[in-house]
Write a protein that binds this ligand. Sequence first.
Ligand code: PBG
Length: 326
Amino acid sequence: MRELIHRPRRLRRTPELRRLVQETQLSVDDLIYPLFVCPGEGVRQEVASMPGVYTLSIDQLVEEAQEVKRLGIPAVILFGIPERKDEMGSEAYAEDGIIQRAIRALKREVPGLLVIADTCLCEYTSHGHCGLVHDGEVLNDPTLELLARTAVSQARAGADIIAPSNMMDGFVAAIRSALDAAGFTHIPIMSYAVKYASAFYGPFREAAQSAPQFGDRRGYQMDPPNAREALREVELDIEQGADILMVKPALPYLDIIRLVREHFPVPVAAYQVSGEYAMIKAAARLGWIEEERVVLETLIGIKRAGADMILTYFAKDVARRLQSDR
Ligand code: PBG
């Protein structure tokens, strides 16, 4: 038999060798855990399509956040379910809105945990769109002022990072200048720069009760076939002062994560969204896949594609797993 010079299997033979040549690492430092906060007290209600994920009243949210911090996860991102919704999404920017109260409680009770505020109107508007609506149209420029107000009220409550997710044109510039004018020049913006009009947001909309009441979001979120357009969105957001750029969803858009990583020297976040979570949970429940291995494989894939950080509903499970590995 001819002698083989190259035998890649040599470096795969034992766990120690594999560890030595491992190219991509997943760390608890990379994780951001999404949390849903609702009115009331003692409320801890599981989201039907997201087993293991709960909508929490502020007291429960604080307990959950304490556990998140104990697990070593550096940050949470908050989504609010308001008492009342209206045409203008007023509770998004109310000083005593659900998110503003939740942020204050977390900054008081769980110091050292980064609190990221999702800045959008869809959870707060009666029509469920991410902006003001007139004659069936989602208005761009009039919405910017409300987003800026929302961001400032979140920063005032103590948010460490503002994460606008509404996909209105110019939202980073509007929020940046409002934050600066209010004395929050030091608060970073994590822009959902590349957010696709995805069918994977379904379970989130159940959790946040934020499904649009008419039409869809294709007039403002991105069209899934487009990649060059993603670079343009990122470029515009960087020009306007975004500090961290997000791609969302994650798994169906790994090529986009890679593109952004290669074109821009900025931190890239990827959001493994509710539908990605639900799919894995459902298949695992049926015994069709091994949940833990599939979760780790998806997250390492997202990192290998180029993400620096990952927003994921699996954050606590992964943190526990990484702890027990040590
Ligand atoms: C708000 C927002 C959405 C998600 C994050 N921020 C929903 C949407 O655009 O309808 C989805 C997150 C997920 O599915 O986990 N605009």
